[in-house]
Design a protein around this ligand. Structure first.
Ligand code: DGY
Length: 310
């Protein structure tokens, strides 16, 4: 029996399976454990099941001499120093696949909401500005026949592409090494589906936003720091682009008084791409399977450093 620290309670029954085999300590709060508490609780653990809100850096890994498996409750592992874990032969698990369709659905919801100005329409109803039917009230842009540039052609990018073809959109996929400068001016929608790495941090900045059409919208369901927030706010206020629909932001959470929220065409939701009951339960199952396998010294079902089983 090993000792496991789980940094938040998870939906569904997956943690019961972990408890059946190991001693499990679950952080009970709504907010993530502060760093000192995270280190204190992880220090004596062999298994760590963590969230994207927990920075699992080299210092933390060094402070946990018994750690044998890290399981991240997310597909993105930008919060984990994978190199430091690999150097200690600690496998790092993640949760790809099970959240792909849910994230694809939310991406389409954001795209349509932004192109068709749903937040403005909803606000107009609530504030009494819906006075009559008008020929030119709240005119938006079409998704059908739009050219949609997907930055990242992995699982989620492909799921979004499948949905878009059903809508009659023209899909262009930019892979890891494709330069964006020639593609951005053609796109009616630019949707981000790449991981956050040193190469993609700030990928969409002032120059890229300027290169987009003034009628285009930016959608981000990947990671906030891929977009330069100040440049985006400027681009919206200057009319360089028509809208930005963001599931992820930098900083995250975005404070309620952040100036981006009052920029025209900004639509922000709280990192909920995978937030369906089924997806989050499936993520919990996979995260627990990864941890159980890592603690047994077996290959994890999903690992980002498969060469490093303990
Ligand atoms: C992930 O898995 O990386 C998402 O951002 C949260 O589900």
């Amino acid at each position: 029996m090993s000792r496991c620290f789980v940094t938040r309670d998870l939906p569904g029954r997956a943690l019961d399976r972990l408890r059946a085999e190991h001693e499990v300590d679950v952080w009970p709060d709504r907010f993530p454990p502060p760093r000192e508490r995270l280190i204190e609780s992880a220090r004596s653990a062999q298994g760590l099941l963590c969230m994207l809100t927990d920075p699992i850096d080299a210092d933390l890994i060094a402070a946990c001499p018994d750690l044998r498996a890290i399981s991240n409750y997310a597909v993105g592992v930008d919060n984990v120093d994978v190199a430091a874990a690999t150097a200690r032969a600690i496998p790092v698990g993640n949760t790809p696949g099970v959240l792909t369709e849910a994230t694809g659905d939310l991406t389409l919801a954001l795209m349509l909401a932004s192109l068709r100005r749903l937040p403005e329409g909803e606000a107009a109803v609530r504030t009494g500005e819906w006075l009559t039917w008008e020929p030119a009230f709240l005119l938006g842009s079409d998704l059908h026949r739009a050219t949609v540039l997907l930055v990242g052609g992995g699982r989620i990018g492909q799921a979004v592409a499948r949905r878009l073809r059903g809508f009659g959109a023209r899909v262009v996929v930019a892979g890891r090494d494709d330069p964006l400068d020639a593609l951005l001016p053609e796109a009616d929608v630019v949707s981000l589906h790449c991981p956050l790495t040193e190469k993609t941090r700030g990928l969409i900045g002032a120059d890229e936003l300027k290169a987009m059409k003034p009628t285009a919208v930016l959608v981000n369901t990947a990671r906030g720091p891929i977009v330069d927030t100040a440049a985006l706010e400027h681009a919206l206020r200057a009319g360089e682009i028509a809208g930005a629909a963001l599931d992820v932001t930098d900083p995250e959470p975005l404070p309620a008084d952040h100036p981006l929220l009052t920029a025209p065409g900004a639509l922000v939701v709280p990192h909920m791409g995978s937030a369906t009951q089924a997806a989050r339960e499936a993520m919990a199952d996979l995260a627990v399977d990864n941890l159980l396998a890592g603690l047994r010294g077996e290959p994890m079902p999903q690992s980002v450093n498969p060469g490093a089983p303990s």
